[in-house]
Design a protein around this ligand. Structure first.
Ligand code: NAD
Length: 360
């Protein structure tokens, strides 16, 4: 009863024309930012997260405290728990699902391939099964990934480019997710939007990502490993600042249209869409390190290694004209500015003073 009450209160909408959103992966990096932004504009938000230990769960708990201080309740549970999902949809008639829970990271797939199948395939299907039976059926926006472009060499990447050369199991599960969601759109009339995020970074980020672990190592005086492609070509990424991604998520939610089925039956034709959300200006990894050194005022010990071919792709670069046309997506934060904000957050979160000295 207490649980139901918390879920109901959290789902309450505080603006006219607002939406009620189930955010999966709510205590993850992107999920926590999106939840806060939805709440800030007066939408109803309920989170779901299994608090797994892929990376330091204390960071997830800290994000949960932040969410909770803004009145957002996060249910602790797994996407694969059908009973729990059904109960959530019994308690709240969610208009939208923002599906951000996943097993992320490309290299971890070498260690634990099953976790990708569990969350990105089985968990996704379980969520879609719940949504197809819900009344009303929610519109779904979910995170795919730029990794679906794999070893595609034509840049910038457009949504219609080939996605048949995944370089990692992670990429393969995201590509599979696109096919699976398309099928649910077709058979059950669910409105689906897939967002291909390009290397998202910023405050409260993911400790397994390069910019984050580089920062940690630089501050601790430890060497950092920088991968290079064949012939010593630098890897490049279309680094995209979290606030820009959040705007893209909200824009796509607002333009996502309505599901047209009900109770598992298709009634009309609901939209199925895929968009790139990137920054359109790739930066090489050594330049990323230059910027970190500048903001941290500490020199990095660089260790260059040839890319071992275990999941990384040489470069990413988004064409974002579809998202711009459809919902006015326009990233505004360059890497220099975004990393300054990340570093400021990092220093304060981990107890450094402004001169990057630990204070205890
Ligand atoms: P994250 O790992 O910080 O967040 C994912 C959250 O989902 C975590 O809190 C985790 O505990 C939760 N989760 C995982 N499996 C779950 C399950 N089975 N049931 C319930 N909760 C589960 O990752 P993120 O960077 O915030 O990524 C969000 C989404 O965006 C993911 O789908 C990711 O694949 C995608 N994406 C991220 C990036 C990026 O650069 N951060 C790039 C492309 C795509």
């Amino acid at each position: 009863i207490q649980w139901e009450k918390q879920v109901r209160t959290s789902a309450q909408i505080h603006r006219s024309g607002g939406i009620s959103v189930l955010v999966t992966g709510a205590t993850g990096f992107v999920g926590s930012h999106v939840s806060l932004a939805l709440r800030k504009r007066g939408d109803g938000v309920v989170g779901l997260d299994n608090f797994n230990n892929y990376y330091d769960p204390s960071l997830k708990r800290a994000r949960r405290s932040l969410l909770s201080s803004r009145g957002i309740f996060v249910v602790e549970g797994d996407l694969n728990d059908a009973k729990l999902l059904a109960k959530l949809f019994d308690v709240v008639a969610f208009t939208h699902v923002m599906h951000l829970a996943a097993q992320a990271g490309v290299r971890y797939a070498l260690e634990n391939p099953q976790s990708y199948v569990h969350s990105n395939i089985a968990g996704l299907v379980n969520l879609l099964e719940t949504c197809k039976s819900a009344n009303p059926q929610p519109a779904i926006v979910w995170a795919s990934s730029s990794s679906v472009y794999g070893l595609n060499e034509k840049v910038p990447f457009s949504e219609s480019d080939r996605t048949d050369q995944p370089a990692s199991l992670y990429a393969a599960t995201k590509k599979a997710g696109e096919e699976i969601t398309h099928t649910y759109n077709h058979i059950y009339g669910l409105a689906i939007t897939g967002l291909r995020f390009f290397t998202v970074y910023g405050p409260w980020g993911r400790p397994d990502m390069a910019y984050f672990s580089f920062t940690r190592n630089i501050l601790q005086g430890k060497p950092i490993t920088i991968y290079r492609g064949k012939n010593r070509v630098d890897l490049a990424r279309d680094f995209t600042y979290i606030d820009d991604i959040v705007k893209g998520c909200l824009g796509s939610l607002d333009s996502s249209g309505k599901s047209t089925g009900s109770g598992g039956k298709k009634r009309g034709s609901a939209p199925y869409r895929i968009f790139n959300l990137g920054n359109t200006s790739p930066v090489t990894v050594p330049i990323l390190v230059d910027i970190l050194e500048k903001h941290l005022k500490v020199k990095a010990k660089r260790n260059f290694v040839e890319m071992p071919g275990n999941g990384d792709v040489p470069f990413t670069h988004a064409n974002i004209s579809s998202a711009r046309k459809e919902f006015g997506y326009k990233p505004t934060t360059d890497l220099e500015t975004g990393l300054r904000k990340f570093v400021r957050w990092y220093l304060s979160y981990y107890g450094y003073n402004t001169k990057a000295k630990l204070v205890h």
